[in-house]
Write a protein that binds this ligand. Structure first.
Ligand SMILES: C[S@@+](CC[C@H](N)C(=O)[O-])C[C@H]1O[C@@H](n2cnc3c(N)ncnc32)[C@H](O)[C@@H]1O
Length: 253
């Protein structure tokens, strides 16, 4: 994301840039941003802003409570929109399309949208197979394992996957987090954190990359799609998008 932002900024001369983040991801807020860029982060949850956001800095970054479906930004006012997994937090296809339209509206016609998308593989894994992966050490962290399990437990993309269901499925195996963490070489706190899913109302949605593209292309042209070479990297591609000239009522050229 740093590289893409820097490459974009290099093409824009000296003008001030406005960034818009969907969510309050601390790693994005604190990455190297061009000095002439100010970032506005938008999240529905005051609690997330309080606990995750690394703090406002006047003229540099600011977080506000708001809904991505009606972003607190004037039309065509932002240069860079950015988000890690944001589109996986809204229903598919309706919420996804509404957020894509809203980002499109907020972006200048020459702006970019960096979207890290978590994508269901074309051949979905079974939850039991993910649990069986605990026999080996193929998941570098519990986070990797948990993401596999989330995706595997999604029965269909319209329903998405309720994190409470994932907790209950995991809990029925009765595994001791300390033992699992020790065997896998994972941080035990990370394993214990799955209890945060218990009784939570959060639902995540994991469309395949093609399903995501089928909506994104209504509003954006895809400039690039890159994946990390790390384990499961192919499931979280980063798309660099730019508004389509003729989309959403904007005049074509
Ligand atoms: C950006 S996503 C994915 C997690 C992200 N990778 C991170 O590091 O936190 C999680 C956030 O999305 C927020 N969220 C979900 N739907 C939203 C919406 N429609 N508008 C604004 N924020 C939303 C939630 O409150 C939560 O803080």
């Amino acid at each position: 994301m740093e590289r893409s932002v820097a490459a974009y900024a290099a093409q824009t001369g000296d003008r001030l840039l406005r960034g818009l983040m969907l969510g309050v991801t601390a790693d994005i807020a604190t990455m190297r941003w061009p000095a002439r860029c100010s970032l506005l982060a938008v999240d529905l949850s005051r609690e997330m802003i309080r606990s995750v956001w690394p703090g406002d800095i006047a003229g540099v970054r600011r977080a506000v409570c708001g809904n991505w479906i009606s972003l607190p930004a004037r039309p065509s006012s932002c240069d860079i929109a950015i988000g890690d997994g944001s589109l996986n937090c809204v229903s598919y296809p309706d919420g996804f399309r509404a957020v894509a339209a809203s980002v499109f509206q907020a972006l200048k016609s020459e702006g970019i949208y960096l979207a890290r998308c978590y994508a269901q593989p074309e051949r979905k894994e079974e939850p039991a197979a993910v649990m069986e992966s605990l026999a080996g050490r193929e998941n570098p962290t519990f986070h990797h394992f948990k993401f596999r399990l989330l995706m595997a437990m999604q029965r269909n993309v319209k329903e998405g996957v309720a994190v409470d269901d994932v907790y209950r499925y995991w809990a029925q195996y009765g595994l001791d987090p300390a033992v699992v963490a020790e065997r896998q070489g994972w941080d035990v706190e990370g394993v214990r954190d799955i209890a945060l899913y218990r009784d939570a109302s959060t639902v995540h949605f994991f469309p395949t990359l093609e399903e995501q593209r089928s909506i994104l292309r209504e509003y954006f042209d895809e400039l690039s799609c890159s994946t990390d070479a790390c384990v499961l990297g192919e499931r979280c591609p980063m798309l660099v998008l730019t508004p389509r000239r003729a989309a959403g009522g904007r005049p074509g050229t």
